[in-house]
Design a protein around this ligand. Structure first.
Ligand code: TZP
Ligand code: MG
Length: 533
């Protein structure tokens, strides 16, 4: 249904030209509001390419037309109030995600502020006013433009900035990572919900350090950064990828990781044309080299944990009592997790101690869930931790005690966080819905598991959640190294027989017979930057 909105008191409503009249609201759509870049390297052209590559439909409102080639911008013609309001009023539905890029004029900011007062979707703001060629664009209006930009902040889900942009808006220079953190919090005080500051201009090396905060949570993303002679379009593509991921339903924290991977791959594979470089768009980003390490500190890399050895993983039962080890290890299970909930004190300690003794007798790899201190004290093979445990566990101590580490993940954000610890294996789930563990995440599904298999190429990957005998072929065909199971074994009519059958089934798969030997990501290029723990 067509709506008529009063944008900044404008009286002009040429609404005959519908741009998006019949688009069903259910389609994943992003509206990008920004400038045209005639060379296609940045602006709306780059946004639309990004949307398409991530499987999202784009629509656009042009705020200015620029004349660009690979080396310079020769002129810019901002759109008049009339043309901007005409484009806005022609939209019959407003997508749930809007990306704001270069607005070019103070009057356009005012129109947007008025429009956003009654818009209920999410807004990503990437002001791009100081990107490589645009520094001079705002000329006479620049002071006022920078000031007016702040009026947009209360409506913005996330503001993405480079250091030069941060400096322009705040009117001071940024010298250190600490300055970036302070700047982030200063922006929040201006009414923003969250801010992402790209720290790559701070150090002239091959690392990128980006900071995100929403006031309650903050983190750094550390990744590789290919020296890029001409950074046109980086901000546009990054924020466009984030907008597309939000439109696909990913939460903001995941959308940031996907966007970081998209731009990382785009820069890494950038194409050189006429002595200038253009970001490459190549579909969904899946390469481990582009996966950032997420940590509460900058340079948040860790040394790699010891791997799980050369033996295949295959069946990985998760049990809650040492009796299960007595029952399952003689059958040939060689990796198992003790996951005790609701026992304490002596009883808990005794269970852990006994389980470690049984595992040692069978030369089986036993991971102790949660109780990392007892695991160290009794010399377990490894420790398994959930994401919430990572807030309190002393991971450095587990590493120093030379125990292996397994980590649970449920989403992109957690996968990037796990990657920073370089664990011995990563578990992803729940693949299907399961009554065995309460999680606030929807099931991951096979398609996402397949993607994570590609992305976590140097890790032993374990699938968990809702997996039963009938689902083993589908799971194993994704190429995972192991399958963790609780109820399919512990609640089977005949757990012994079920375990024997599961072991036989798993042995039939190539990924089990020929496990990746390089389970420890020591060969990853990132590893050359590892700091010591
Ligand atoms: N982590 C993610 S799902 C899950 C855990 C511990 C439970 C898996 O149990 P089940 O019975 O194999 O679905
Ligand atoms: Mg736990």
């Amino acid at each position: 249904m067509k709506r008529c909105i009063n944008y900044g008191g404008s009286t002009v409503w040429p609404n005959e030209h519908k741009v998006l009249s019949d688009l069903p609201e259910s389609l994943d759509v992003v509206l990008t509001i920004g400038d045209s870049d005639s060379s296609g390297g940045a602006g709306i052209q780059a946004d639309l390419q990004t949307f398409q590559n991530l499987g999202v439909r784009g629509c656009s409102i042009m705020t200015a037309i620029t004349a660009h080639n690979e080396h310079e911008i020769t002129t810019m013609q901002p759109m008049s109030v009339e043309y901007i309001t005409a484009q806005l009023s022609a939209l019959s539905h407003f997508p749930k995600i809007i990306k704001l890029g270069m607005l070019a004029r103070v009057s356009t900011i005012e129109i947007m502020v008025n429009f956003l007062r009654q818009y209920t979707g999410k807004v990503i703001l990437d002001p791009t006013m100081l990107s490589a060629f645009r520094k001079e664009l705002l000329h006479a209006e620049s002071e006022q433009y920078l000031h007016e930009l702040r009026n947009l902040f209360p409506y913005v889900e996330i503001l993405t900035l480079t250091i030069p942009e941060t400096e322009s808006i705040l009117g001071r220079t940024i010298h250190s990572y600490h300055d970036i953190e302070n700047a982030g919090h200063e922006f929040l005080a201006m009414g923003l919900k969250s801010v992402f500051i790209k720290g790559s201009h701070l150090e002239h090396n091959t690392l990128s350090q980006d900071y995100w905060t929403n006031g309650t949570e903050s983190y750094w993303l550390s990744g590789q950064y290919d020296e890029y002679s001409n950074d046109r379009g980086m901000g546009c593509v990054f924020s466009a990828a984030m907008s597309a991921s939000l439109a696909l339903g990913y939460p903001l924290k995941d959308a940031i990781i996907i966007a970081k991977m998209y731009i990382g791959r785009g820069i890494r594979l950038a194409q050189s044309i006429n002595a200038s470089t253009f970001i490459t768009h190549a579909g969904w980003p899946e390469d481990e080299i582009d996966l950032p390490c997420l940590s509460d500190c900058y340079h948040g890399f860790s040394s790699a944990f010891s791997d799980c050895g050369r033996d295949p993983i295959g069946l990985y039962p998760v049990v809650d009592h040492s009796d299960w080890l007595r029952k399952l290890l003689p059958l040939g299970v060689n990796m198992i997790q003790l996951r005790i909930k609701g026992k304490f004190g002596h009883e808990l300690e005794n269970e852990i101690k006994q389980s470690i003794e049984i595992a040692n007798k069978f030369d089986a790899r036993l991971f102790i869930n949660d109780y990392w201190e007892l695991a160290i004290a009794y010399g377990a093979y490894g420790v398994h931790l959930g994401q919430e445990d990572l807030d309190s566990a002393d991971v450095k101590k587990i590493y120093q005690a030379n125990l292996r580490l397994g980590l649970s993940t449920h989403c992109y954000y957690e996968v990037a966080r796990a990657h920073a610890f370089k664990p011995s294996y990563i578990a992803c789930g729940p693949i299907y819905s399961t009554p065995s563990k309460r999680v606030s995440f929807s099931p991951v599904g096979i398609d996402q598991l397949t993607r994570w298999r590609k992305t976590l190429s140097s890790y032993r990957l374990i699938a968990i959640g809702g997996i039963n005998q009938a689902r083993i072929p589908t799971i194993m065909e994704t190429g995972v190294d192991g399958v963790a199971m609780i109820s399919a074994i512990t609640q089977a009519d005949n757990p012994t027989q079920m375990t024997i059958e599961l072991l036989q089934m798993m042995n039939a798969y190539n990924n089990i017979l020929n496990p990746i030997i390089n389970t420890n990501p020591a060969n990853s290029t990132l590893n050359i930057f590892l700091g010591s723990r």
